[in-house]
Design a protein around this ligand. Structure first.
Ligand code: GTP
Ligand code: MG
Length: 195
């Protein structure tokens, strides 16, 4: 996809009214620090449109990026951020849940996991939530540059088994450093959105 325009159109906090868009939405979910905002930047060829940080908990709002007036990327705050208080964690859960349950335009939820690690309990819950609610689960295994090429298949199997994915579940290995996997992810987005 040729990116002609991209802008952060709407930012929602816990008390915000969520926008009712009339274009397809693609959401990026996953643990804090897994690389959601970095992936969005890579997909739209911008270095720091979505703010990233080596400290987990950077994205705390639901951010809607309008891409070419054709679709939205929805950057979600990450889960499993240990330093947050229980109250904030609960508010996070409610905010993200409310979005995932109420959006009428949500076409894909990408679930991001770090390719190096076994999926966490939260990752499994998120995966099961997606299946239960009728989404085709799609996993993006991030930070591909951190493992040896010879280890990729082993790690993909570890993630699929760990999260309880069926053989039909799509999993895209991706690196925001090398951009490996970017074209495959865009192809998938275009196919789902009919672009
Ligand atoms: P929250 O907003 O806290 O939920 O985090 P996030 O999932 O948006 O993560 P973010 O994109 O901010 O990235 C977290 C850290 O991981 C940053 O220091 C990034 O530079 C780094 N990072 C993200 N993707 C990759 C990758 O593919 N490879 C490497 N080596 N580092 C990455
Ligand atoms: Mg983020």
């Amino acid at each position: 996809m040729i990116i002609k325009s991209v802008n952060l159109e709407t930012v929602c906090g816990v008390r915000s009214v969520l926008p009712e868009n009339n274009k397809p939405e693609i959401a990026f979910a996953g643990k804090s620090n897994v690389g959601k905002s970095s992936l969005i930047n890579s997909l739209v060829n911008r270095k720091s449109l979505a703010k990233t940080s080596s400290q987990p908990g950077k994205t705390q709002t639901i951010n809607y990026y309008n891409i070419n007036d054709a679709l939205y990327f929805v950057d979600l705050p990450g889960y499993g951020f240990a330093k947050t208080s229980a109250v904030l964690r609960e508010q996070w859960g409610k905010m993200v849940d409310r979005y995932l349950m109420s959006s009428k335009q949500l076409k894909v939820i990408f679930l991001l996991v770090d390719i190096r690690h076994e999926p966490s309990q939260n990752d499994k819950q998120m995966y099961e939530w997606m299946v239960y609610h009728g989404f085709d689960p799609v996993i993006i295994a991030t930070k591909l540059d951190k493992i040896k090429r010879s280890q990729i298949n082993k790690h993909i199997k570890m993630i699929k088994d760990g999260i309880g994915a069926g053989p039909e579940t799509k999993i895209f290995p991706f690196s925001s450093l090398t951009k490996q996997g970017k074209d495959e992810i865009w192809e998938y987005i275009e196919a789902v959105c009919g672009l």
